[in-house]
Design a protein around this ligand. Structure first.
Ligand code: PLP
Length: 410
């Protein structure tokens, strides 16, 4: 340090001032500190199947092992031909219109591609409609890109479906796009064809791009059907996201993809931007790309978890039963993924700061949840539970939440 000059301090970029990602935020930091100090924490906070004894199908691991020596170099920036071919076939099966091999990009998880799409699209002041509650990466990436995330309400009274009237109200001349998350994190909702058609109609009338995050499209229960919104919108430009993190329990391998479909003529320049950013990151993890074909078209072992007697199905029912025993909590039954988003009755519990509530619950009962405002929900009256842990862990954790809530009862 030169004599007489003040110590230089390095601050984070102001771009990050309004960026929030509480799924791994301060409450989780505290849980990690507690674990490092030897305290066991019941973790209902993160959708990482492998950490709850969900195993990757053997054929996927073997496929990767056998191909590893051929995956030493970079691939094409969009991804390996074999991976994109498999994704192309999958897209056709889901009815995505007008897709060629050049419209498919693999990424280091869907996460990388969400960021890439937001960076390539948004200028300062551009608005993008994002659900509330959301998977907060969407809001974080839109904000980081300089855009303005405008939240539309999903309606708890209507199975957590998007409130289309609210979407209409929030559109301005600056709105460029709408994001939907279907099946949904954190609510577990699977949208009906009717509501998807209404959203398409709004997008059509207002010339919006549709981004559809469908990473849970293969994790559906109760005989429900999943519809890809892009299949209903051949005249609009849509980008559909999915991947293997959840369906194949390989969140750690980092492989996801996005598919541009529909009316690509109107998005020619935007697609050049996407391609530029894709080239700049060279390519996604090549060993993980090498298993896409086997994973997508091989044995779908995840299905066994989603039927009665299967782990995810039974764990979902266990959570619903345990929550129903707590006076003042209600919860819309989730039909997909492995999350639910229970509601705390504000007339019964006096909670004004839900992050503090999550921290206090963690310190007192050693149970980790994510507070509802972490999903950009606008009131401190919800929280998210991940029901990946085994039934015995889940029921103990929810009983502890019930006990803890007695401190707040009014
Ligand atoms: N989209 C949603 C809705 C998610 O819940 C997640 C992860 O939890 C992601 C995207 C990110 O997934 P990936 O592992 O493919 O980056």
């Amino acid at each position: 340090q030169p004599k007489g000059s003040a110590m230089r301090e390095f601050k984070k970029s102001s771009k990050l001032d309004n960026v929030l990602y509480d799924v791994r935020g301060p409450v989780v930091d505290e849980a990690n500190r507690m674990e490092a100090a030897g305290t066991q924490v019941l973790k209902l906070n993160i959708g990482n199947p492998a950490t709850f004894d969900f195993r990757t199908p053997d054929e996927v691991v073997q496929d990767m092992a056998s191909q590893l020596t051929e995956c030493e170099g970079y691939s094409a920036s969009r991804g390996l031909f074999s991976a994109r071919k498999a994704i192309m076939q999958y897209s056709q099966l889901r009815g995505l219109p007008n897709v060629t091999m050049d419209d498919i990009y693999t990424g280091n998880g869907v996460s990388e591609l969400i960021n890439l799409c937001m960076q390539a699209l948004l200028d300062t002041g551009d608005e993008i409609l994002i659900p509330m509650p959301d998977y907060p990466l969407w809001t974080a990436c839109a904000t980081l890109a300089g855009g303005k995330a405008v939240h539309y309400r999903c309606d708890e009274e209507a199975n957590w479906f998007p409130d289309v009237d609210d979407i209409r109200k929030k559109i301005t001349p600056n709105t460029k796009a709408i994001v939907i998350i279907n099946p949904n994190n954190p609510t577990g909702a699977v949208y009906s064809r009717e509501v998807l058609e209404e959203i398409v109609q709004v997008a059509r009338e207002n010339q919006l791009i549709i981004f559809s995050d469908e990473i849970y499209d293969r994790l559906i229960m109760d005989g429900l059907e999943h519809t890809s919104i892009a299949s209903l919108a051949p005249d609009l430009f849509c980008v559909t996201f999915s991947g293997l993190s959840k369906s194949h329990m390989i969140a750690g391998y980092r492989i996801g993809w996005m598919v541009c479909s529909g009316n690509k003529r109107i998005a020619k320049d935007y697609m050049l931007g996407i391609n530029m950013l894709s080239n700049m990151r060279l390519c996604s993890n090549v060993p993980a790309q090498s298993v896409v074909q086997t994973a997508l078209w091989g044995h779908q072992s995840v299905k066994d978890y989603l039927v009665p007697g299967g782990r995810v199905f039974d764990q979902r029912d266990c959570v619903m039963d345990e929550l129903a025993k707590i006076d003042g909590i209600s919860c819309v039954k989730p039909h997909a993924a492995f999350y639910c988003f229970p509601k705390l009755d504000v007339d019964k519990f006096n909670i004004t700061d839900d992050m503090q509530f999550a921290l206090d619950l963690l310190r007192e009962k050693k149970v980790l949840i994510v507070q509802g405002t972490g999903f950009n929900w606008d009131k401190p009256d919800h929280f998210r539970i991940v029901y990946l842990p085994r039934v015995s862990v889940l029921s103990e954790a929810i009983r502890k939440i019930g006990d803890f809530l007695e401190y707040y009862r009014q």
